[in-house]
Design a protein around this ligand. Sequence first.
Ligand code: CO
Length: 157
Amino acid sequence: MAKRNIVKFGEETLRKHSREVTVFDDRLWVLLDDMYETMKDANGVGLAAPQVGILKRVVVIDVGEGKLELINPVITSAKGKQRDKEGCLSAPDVWGYVERPAKVKVTAMNRYGKEIKVEGKELLARALCHEIDHLNGIIFTDLADEMIEDEEEKGRK
Ligand code: CO
């Protein structure tokens, strides 16, 4: 495994639409392993492939409930609302409040191309929405209704 460089806000890559994965080979597995290592090293709870410069629909998440690897993820259901602080590994010092669904259901593939279903609420629902947005060129500051300036108010990403 190897750590990769994280693309920062302002770079064009983060605004592009990522492509579906059709080949589930060892190149994909290396990407997933590298993304997980990169995310953990940066103390993040989620990372999308465009954030390491790869325009593929690949996401890793770990909000403390175990590692999730999602290929070609699609939100199939979104219910309720939650508003909380949000950050991004592509902008270490930027924080804002974003309204997200309280609960989402996602269908995706695992690293072997098998369909999986994930349900998330609270932080996991937020992470799923945030990371899937990255695959469509959307970053959280597009959605934030209030940015946080106070250093002490900022939290994890
Ligand atoms: Co992000």
